[in-house]
Design a protein around this ligand. Structure first.
Ligand SMILES: C[S@@+](CC[C@H](N)C(=O)[O-])C[C@H]1O[C@@H](n2cnc3c(N)ncnc32)[C@H](O)[C@@H]1O
Length: 270
C-alpha cells in the first residue's frame, strides 16, 4: 500500500468553490439549546422528497433508491454549496456545536478521514487552515486507507490505522499530546447488520487504543458506532477512561441508519 505524507503546502489545495458560510455551518454561533434557529435543524427540515428520477426505469432498484436519496438530501446539497467534500462534514459540525471540542488552537487526529469533509471542518475550526492569521493555529492530522486530496492545514497519511507504520507516523506528527481523537472509520457495508456492527466496534477499539496513548488529560474522543449488542462493553471501557460518555445521533445522520456517535469527554489520563 502506498504511504504518503502530504504537507500543508505540498501543492495548491483544492479550494472550495465558495467559502463556507460561517453562520450556516455554526462557526460563528453555537447552536441554541432549544434548537430554534439551529442551522443543522434548518437544513434537516428540508428533508422532503422533491426531485424524482426521470431515468429510474434504467436503474436497479437499489441504485435508483440511492440516487433519489442523494438528489433529495438537503445535507448533500448544502455540502456541495459550501464546498465540503462529504455530507458527513455536517455530522462533525453538529457534534462540535454541541460538545465544543474543536477549539481554536486544538490538536486533532481524524481517523478514517476520506474524502476529507471532517478534515475541512476540523482545520477551519481549530485555525489549522490559517484563514484567520490572528487566530490561534491548531494542528490537524488525518488517516485513511484511501488517498485523500490535500486539505489546507491538514497533514494526511494514507494507510491502515492498524499498521505500525501508520501509528508511528501519527506519534511523530502529533509531536506531543492531542486535544481530540475523532473517528468516522467504517468498513464497507456487508449488508448484514450484526457483522457491520462488530466490524465498527473493532475499529473503535483501534481508535481508542490510539486515543489512550495520545490524548492529553481532559481530551475528547469521538467515534462512529452502529447500534448493536457489543456497544455496552465498549461504553463501559470508555467510562473508566473518561469523566463523561454519551451516545448521540447528529441531525445530519440519516434517521434510517443505525449510525450513532460516542462522545467521550474529560480523558482521565494514562
Ligand atoms: C464514512 S468514511 C469517512 C468520511 C469522512 N469523515 C469525511 O467526512 O469525509 C469512512 C472511512 O473510514 C476508512 N477506514 C476504514 N477502516 C480503516 C482503517 N483500518 N484505517 C484507516 N481508515 C479506515 C475508510 O477508508 C473510509 O474512507
Amino acid at each position: 500500500m502506498t504511504k504518503k505524507t502530504t504537507p500543508p503546502t505540498a501543492r495548491p489545495p483544492r479550494r472550495p468553490k465558495k467559502r463556507p458560510d460561517p453562520k450556516a455551518i455554526g462557526l460563528a454561533a453555537k447552536a441554541p439549546a432549544s434548537g430554534q434557529g439551529d442551522p443543522m435543524q434548518t437544513i434537516g427540515a428540508q428533508r422532503q422528497l422533491t426531485t424524482q428520477l426521470k431515468t429510474a426505469r434504467k436503474r436497479t432498484n437499489s441504485s435508483a433508491r440511492w440516487l433519489n436519496r442523494q438528489l433529495n438530501d438537503p445535507f448533500v446539497a448544502e455540502a456541495k454549496r459550501q464546498g465540503y467534500r462529504s455530507r458527513a462534514a455536517f455530522k462533525l459540525v453538529g457534534l462540535d456545536d454541541r460538545f465544543g471540542f474543536l477549539k481554536p488552537g486544538a490538536r486533532v487526529l481524524d481517523l478514517g478521514c476520506a474524502p476529507g469533509g471532517w478534515l475541512q471542518v476540523a482545520a477551519q475550526r481549530t485555525g489549522a487552515d490559517q484563514t484567520d492569521a490572528k487566530a490561534e493555529r491548531g494542528r490537524v492530522l488525518g488517516i485513511d486507507l484511501q488517498e485523500v486530496e490535500p486539505v489546507p492545514g491538514a497533514l494526511i497519511w494514507q494507510g491502515d490505522m492498524r499498521d505500525e507504520a501508520t501509528q508511528a507516523w501519527v506519534v511523530e506528527q502529533a509531536g506531543g499530546k492531542l486535544d481530540a481523537v475523532i473517528s468516522d472509520m467504517a468498513a464497507s457495508s456487508t449488508g448484514h447488520g450484526p457483522t457491520d456492527h462488530l466490524r465498527v466496534m473493532m475499529l473503535i477499539d483501534i481508535a481508542f487504543d490510539v486515543a489512550e496513548q495520545l490524548l492529553a488529560p481532559g481530551g475528547t474522543f469521538v467515534a462512529k458506532v452502529l447500534q448493536g449488542g457489543a456497544q455496552k462493553q465498549t461504553l463501559d471501557r470508555l467510562k473508566q477512561a473518561f469523566t463523561k460518555v454519551q451516545t448521540v445521533k447528529p441531525e445530519a445522520s440519516r434517521s434510517d441508519s443505525r449510525e450513532q456517535f460516542i462522545v467521550a469527554q474529560g480523558f482521565r489520563g494514562t
